[in-house]
Design a protein around this ligand. Structure first.
Ligand code: ATP
Length: 223
């Protein structure tokens, strides 16, 4: 029998990325990803605030303000970090391009996962080059209230069934190619609703961290 060198890990540790507009970041982002991290055993989640293409509705907060809110919200979490590459690019980037950038940096064998909410999964076939996503990464999907767990389209459901795994170890053992639907806690929170609540002068303290709420007030955002 070959000897196992104790310093050689039996499985790799997946690198996980979480992209979003974060206008603003809220508990509907933080809590499900925190639960997912525990469930899958993720050592680090890299948060990626998006740069929005000019032809799409622009965020109300500037890139700098969205980044600052993400930094404030992630402060208590030692395993959550921010990557500013999309915000620093002069042009907006598609998710697939960002993932390919990471893939180039980490090599072909390292497991890489991209975290999304259930609503994003249901519209994934509208993403640029979506069919290539699973060649580059796994998809880890957080539950979101109000969104069904299956596709209406038989073709998309077939795609999901083909790639879905129920084994969280797959995410650490394989470099890419799997979809894991995680039974994360449900938070009926959206950034759209938080912006509307601020406009209406309503309290949002239960929906996002105090540090972010204080920043919104100090910067007079979402008036
Ligand atoms: P908006 O209301 O402005 O569209 P949002 O609250 O949906 O924003 P985004 O920054 O656009 O937040 O979303 C980033 C990611 O977070 C997406 O993959 C989305 O599916 C996920 N997400 C957002 N809110 C929730 C939630 N309450 N539960 C689970 N996932 C969520």
């Amino acid at each position: 029998m070959p000897k196992i060198n104790p310093s050689t890990p039996l499985i790799n540790q997946a690198i996980a990325l979480y992209g979003g507009t974060f206008d603003p970041i809220h508990y509907g982002h933080l809590r499900p990803v925190e639960a997912l991290s525990g469930l899958i055993g993720l050592k680090e989640v890299i948060w990626l605030p998006n740069n929005i293409p000019p032809h799409r509705p622009q965020p109300e907060a500037s890139s700098q303000q969205r980044l600052e809110m993400v930094r404030l919200a992630l402060e208590p979490y030692s395993s959550f970090t921010v990557d500013t590459r999309e915000l620093e690019k002069p042009t907006p980037s598609y998710t697939i391009e960002t993932l390919r950038d990471f893939r180039k940096e980490i090599g072909d064998k390292q497991p890489l996962a991209f975290i999304i909410g259930q609503d994003s999964l249901l519209s994934i076939n509208t993403w640029h080059q979506w069919e290539d996503l699973l060649e580059v990464c796994h998809l880890l999907v957080c539950a979101r209230p109000g969104y069904q767990t299956h596709f209406d389209s038989a073709q998309m459901q077939k795609w999901l069934t083909k790639h879905q795994t129920h084994q969280q170890e797959d995410i650490h053992c394989l470099p890419a190619g799997k979809i894991f639907l995680a039974d994360t806690p449900l938070y009926n929170i959206s950034a759209t609703d938080i912006r509307a609540r601020h406009k209406a002068g309503l309290d949002c303290h239960d929906l996002l961290p105090n540090s972010v709420e204080d920043y919104i007030r100090q910067q007079q955002l979402y008036k």
